[in-house]
Write a protein that binds this ligand. Structure first.
Ligand code: FPP
Length: 252
């Protein structure tokens, strides 16, 4: 299996799109696509650590998804709750630590209880930080982090932009770090308000594969693509940097 270049492991984020279309072309109700999507979630969670992934963030329900018919919204919540109930013990044994990101005040109570239970039971997991985004909006998360920063400032001593940036980064990424690779299934090429701050230097992979069909070979292929990208973080390639010590100088 392919490993990542990083010694500490990668943070991979996935926009799991295409459940509805997967179901519709099969003449099935959309909810069948979401159910089939759970199998794909299980697959990527199981294979992620072996592929060098240490943090995996999955976009399960965006704050804009409240605009869907109430029955579909209810079904998605029910499916996530069933996933947590059925997979909690396996996640613990696998060493996965679950964390749900997003707003919690609008999540139905039975799902909220299941989230809190799973987070507490898996709290010691060290092999994979599994983050599931529910009622999530990147813009709202950034606004909340900015409010946190603002609360630490005073009228006499305003924080510098650098300090605000550090506080926002810490609030949003503590424990998971910035996103290295962002994958979107389902053929669309947009970010849909997902991890906008944390993905400042993420490599993007868009695949036409519908989420229920996404498997470990697709994940490995995306990582293979990622491993061939040159990540420069705004700098120029070291081979063109004449101020860098040359190989001959290094050898002396
Ligand atoms: C987007 O596809 C998918 C969702 C809004 C729901 C994602 C939910 C799951 C995969 C269920 C399980 C999740 C976990 C974490 C256990 P879409 O419905 O927008 O597809 P479409 O673009 O084809 O209509």
């Amino acid at each position: 299996m392919m490993q990542s270049k990083s010694s500490t492991g990668l943070h991979v984020a996935i926009i799991m799109d295409g459940n509805g279309r997967w179901a519709t072309v099969r003449g099935l109700p959309r909810v069948s696509g979401h159910r089939a999507g759970v199998t794909a979630v299980r697959r990527v969670v199981e294979h992620a650590p072996g592929l060098g992934i240490r943090a995996l963030t999955l976009y399960a329900f965006s704050s804009d998804n409240w605009a869907r018919p109430p029955q579909e919204v209810q079904s998605i919540f029910w499916i996530i709750r069933a996933f947590l109930r059925l997979e909690c013990e396996r996640l613990r044994q696998q060493g996965a630590r679950l964390e749900v990101i997003g707003r919690r005040d609008r999540i139905p109570l039975p799902l909220l209880r299941e989230i809190e239970r799973t987070e507490s039971i898996t709290a010691e997991g060290g092999s994979l930080h599994l983050r599931i985004a529910i009622d999530y909006s990147a813009q709202t998360s950034i606004a909340v982090a900015l409010a946190t920063a603002a609360s630490q400032t005073s009228r006499h001593q305003p924080l510098s932009a650098e300090s605000v940036r550090a506080i926002v980064t810490h609030t949003l990424t503590a424990g998971s770090g910035n996103v290295d690779l962002l994958i979107r299934t389902g053929g669309e090429q947009r970010l849909s308000d997902f991890l906008l701050w944390e993905s400042a230097y993420a490599e993007l992979v868009f695949t036409p594969r519908m989420w229920p069909d996404f498997d470990e070979s697709d994940l490995a292929a995306a990582l293979g693509d990622f491993n061939h990208r040159e990540r420069r973080f705004g700098a120029i390639p070291s081979s063109l940097d004449q101020s860098a010590p040359s190989l001959m100088e290094n050898a002396q």
